[in-house]
Design a protein around this ligand. Structure first.
Ligand code: SF4
Length: 437
């Protein structure tokens, strides 16, 4: 292989994969490789795959097959990440044109393969950050120790590995210096941070938040994604409420609303405790916005259990909630479980959930009409009648998963403005810029 000078990187899957790709890009550009937009222009094509569920594995395989089919003479095709961690052999065997296969966490090996002298590249912390416009993901740990019977991530990523606090503080400084106005903290289980560093269960994150809050200053939002239900402690809630730049938003995937189903999932199944910490969150931060995700069609899920899920979601009234079809995964506890639910029943239940959630989300969005909120501007443009308009998010919307806010007025992307909310859609809000910050 001639020494490559250009690369094209395709990243699939979740924000945590974005962060891994960011790490790889810093190694490659540190080795003076140039990124190119079109795969056909690149000496090396790299695919960072997702292996979470069947659907994402199929998407990853499709992307690899398409790139392999379009490969020209002399190009190198490298496939890495979560899917190849599980199915590397199958990818190599079934997709002619794939030259190299890597698993997760082998970014230095990929760079070395592309003739990058990684020993000469210092100060690139592994697995920590990705800048997306005025917002950046900060991945505080990788891997997971939880026994969830539907999840293949512990098989892909291994056990919990927390990034040291010092490295995260340095990374937060680098990102805010690079212009980030929001840091979105991500992990497989955000609330387990520090447990592998000897900290007591669920005690590390509040301390880390205090450090990051002081580091980035009150103008930079800190947003928490992927909390584990039994680790949403009073200390975490008090810390969120006390720190001026931690937005009153929490993503806590609950996965189901029936205790019987949660037991089979090996998930925290005491729903009274869930009601308890949500009451505590709402008491400490009355404007708290809650996101969660559920699974429809887990093995053994009866009509009654699914009705319990619908009832639970109606009771809690989440601002944002997703519902995914159960995906039967090799190497998971549920793979061999009896009473697998037919695909059409899964889909029918997921649709019923989303119809109910759309009504709840619309009602929750309406409570913001008449309010003035701080908005992080992510884009600007004009309406058909040439009215200047900006798009972005308030504390209520996480990047890439929640709705947006559209406001008439002028403001530069990356700036923060105050917006008077005048109208609410099912997921988006509409208003006008009343003041620039
Ligand atoms: S906590 Fe999340 S990442 Fe960990 S096993 Fe459960 S579902 Fe998977």
């Amino acid at each position: 292989m001639a020494v490559p000078r250009t690369y094209h990187l395709v990243t699939l899957g979740c924000p945590k994969n974005d962060v891994d790709s960011e790490h790889l890009e810093r190694l490659l550009t540190g080795g003076e490789l140039l990124p190119v937009i079109q795969p056909e222009q690149a000496d090396a094509i790299i695919v960072n795959t997702c292996g979470f569920i069947e659907q994402s594995q199929a998407e990853s395989m499709g992307a690899v097959q398409a790139l392999a089919a379009g490969k020209r003479e002399g190009q190198t095709l490298i496939v890495a990440g979560c899917m190849t961690q599980l199915y590397g052999g199958e990818v190599r065997a079934n997709v002619p044109g794939v030259d190299h296969v890597f698993g997760v966490g082998q970014w230095q090996d990929v760079a070395k393969l592309l003739s990058v002298d990684v020993t000469g590249i210092h100060d690139i912390p592994e697995r920590t950050a990705k800048v997306v416009g005025p917002s950046a993901y900060l991945k505080i740990s990788d891997g997971c120790e939880a026994p969830c019977t539907f999840c293949v991530i512990p098989r892909i990523k291994g056990g919990l590995r927390s990034a040291p606090a010092g490295m995260l503080v340095k990374e937060a400084q680098r990102l805010t210096a690079a212009g980030a106005k929001e840091l979105v903290l991500v992990a497989q289980d955000l609330t387990a941070w520090g447990e592998d560093l000897g900290m007591p269960v669920a005690s590390g994150l509040p301390g880390l938040l205090r450090m990051l809050s002081e580091t980035v200053g009150r103008d930079v939002w800190l947003r928490l994604m992927y909390a584990y239900p039994s680790r949403v402690t009073s200390e975490l809630i008090e810390t969120m409420a006390a720190l001026p730049n931690v937005v009153h938003y929490l993503d806590v995937p609950l996965q189901h609303g029936s205790e019987a189903t949660l037991r089979r999932m090996k998930r925290p199944h005491n729903l009274e405790k869930v009601h308890g910490f949500i009451r505590e969150l709402r008491a400490a931060m009355p404007d708290i916005v809650l996101r969660t995700s559920f699974i429809a069609g887990f093995p053994g899920e009866t009509d009654e259990e699914f009705e319990e899920l619908l009832g639970f979601a109606r009771e809690i009234q989440f601002d944002h909630a997703g519902c995914f079809l159960y995906s039967r995964q090799q190497w998971t506890g549920a793979f061999e479980m009896a009473a697998q639910v037919p695909d059409e029943v899964k889909a029918e239940r997921r649709d019923r959930f989303m119809q109910q959630q759309q009504r709840i989300a619309a009602k929750k969005a309406r409570r913001f009409v008449g309010k003035t909120l701080e908005m992080l501007v992510e884009g600007e443009g004009e309406t058909e009648d040439n009215t200047p308009i900006v798009a972005g998010r308030t504390y209520r919307e996480a990047p890439e998963v929640d709705g947006l806010v559209f406001a008439s007025g002028n403001a530069a992307p990356g700036s923060k403005v105050l917006v008077k909310i005048e109208e609410a859609g099912d997921y988006d809000l509409f208003g006008r810029v009343v003041r620039k910050k």
